[in-house]
Design a protein around this ligand. Structure first.
Ligand SMILES: *Cc1c(COP(=O)(O)O)cnc(C)c1O
Length: 384
């Protein structure tokens, strides 16, 4: 095919691809990346982040990214990954190598990538129940530690659970981890950029940072950070922990690499640098407040619909379910109206994630469609 023909075909396929700004992607934790990040990504598309001798710019960007994250969370180090999944695998690998133990303690709300990491690393997981607010019970963690402290490789908590957007009690568990000298990893893939500003402004009661006792934090920039996929970060509290994530690669000029991937996208590192320079702490605070504001607007709207139960959002994720109509049934109808909404499997509910591209107009249109669907279903039931 000639290039002009390829482009024509590409554009044809692209035109049929859903776009975030259309307002129908309301479940996925993805958004339209910032143009400056796309520019930076493309500029460094040739750079292999796995070789910082050939591409010292990557190391320059990394250091500046770490400076930014240290401002947000307190002094730390780390590197750019392909996302939360890689970051969680790396964190548990480091915990396993450091402790030479296998047991991972995690809330039952933990993200699937942590379960995957545990399998991959030949580790074992012990789930801890969550309370009515969908956060882990600190008392239960304490009991497990007392019984098994010499078997535990790591405790994993979530700062922004995938299903509920809730935040586990980081500070309390960090204090236990410090006292018992246990590795504590915080999976903040979704909530990492939202929690510190929302805490500072008083919207939420739990903060996220390197409290004494926190060993690592993972945070995604391709979620609320507005960087293109793949853009994640794994952060460690010190260089000693980071050193466990290092792999020798003697044939390269740098002689070593970090993380799971070999050749890895330098564009992602440049893109994260670009978005943090553009938005800064202030900019991310504004985005977080805007998303939460729209999520609360959605919550208010859904609470006015008859026979629908809705949970008040902590971070901008709104979970709801109908009292009698099953969520699978509702989801089918919503999908047939063009909506992409995800499930909240633990309660057979649905959830909307208010990402940075979502507007009040999108919410209004969704509510209109949702109300119409419920009305039609009620009429069908009356006839039947
Ligand atoms: C999104 C997410 C992950 C997985 O991250 P990817 O970037 O999709 O690999 C892990 N944990 C949590 C809490 C998440 O929200």
């Amino acid at each position: 095919m000639r290039e002009a023909e390829i482009i024509r075909k590409l554009l044809e396929i692209y035109s049929k691809t859903p776009k975030h700004d259309d307002g129908y992607i309301l479940g996925s934790m993805t958004t339209r990346p910032d143009e400056i990040a796309v520019y930076a990504y493309n500029l460094f598309i040739h750079a292999n982040a796995g070789d910082t001798v050939i591409f010292p710019a990557i190391e320059y960007f990394r250091k500046e990214i770490i400076d930014f994250m240290s401002e947000l969370y307190g002094r730390c180090t780390g590197f750019v990954t392909s996302g939360g999944t890689e970051s969680n695998i790396v964190a548990l690998y480091v915990a396993r190598e450091k402790t030479r133990r296998k047991l991972v303690i995690a809330p039952e709300t933990v993200h699937h990538s942590v379960i995957w990491a545990v399998h991959l690393l030949g580790m074992e997981i012990k789930y801890v129940p969550v309370n009515d607010n969908y956060v882990v019970d600190v008392q239960l963690i304490d009991e497990i530690i007392r019984r098994k402290s010499d078997e535990i490789a790591a405790i994993v908590l979530t700062a922004g659970t995938t299903e509920w957007g809730t935040i586990d009690p980081i500070e309390e568990v960090a204090d236990m981890a410090r006292r018992y000298n246990i590795y504590l990893h915080i999976d903040a893939a979704y909530g990492g950029l939202f929690i510190p500003p929302l805490y500072r402004k008083g919207y939420i009661k739990t903060n996220l940072k390197f409290f004494d006792g926190v060993s690592s934090i993972s945070v995604d920039f391709h979620k609320n950070g507005l960087s293109p996929i793949p853009s994640g970060l794994i952060l460690f509290r010190d260089e000693e922990l980071l050193s466990y994530a290092r792999r020798e690669l003697p044939y390269t000029l740098g002689k070593h690499q970090y993380g799971l991937l070999g050749t890895r996208p330098g564009g992602s590192v440049a893109a994260i640098w670009a978005v943090i320079k553009k938005h800064g702490l202030e900019g991310y605070s504004t985005i977080a407040e805007k998303c939460l504001d729209i999520a609360l607007y959605l919550y208010e709207k859904i609470s006015k619909i008859n026979d629908v139960i809705v949970w008040k959002p902590v971070l901008p994720i709104v979970v709801f379910k109908h009292k009698t109509i099953g969520s699978g049934d509702l989801l089918d109808s919503l999908v047939s109206h063009g909506y992409y909404i995800y499930r909240a499997p633990s309660i057979d509910g649905l959830r909307i994630v208010v990402m940075p591209h979502v507007t009040r107009e999108h919410i209004d249109r969704f509510i209109e469609t949702f109300t119409k669907i419920l009305k039609e279903k009620a009429e069908q039931n009356n006839k039947g």
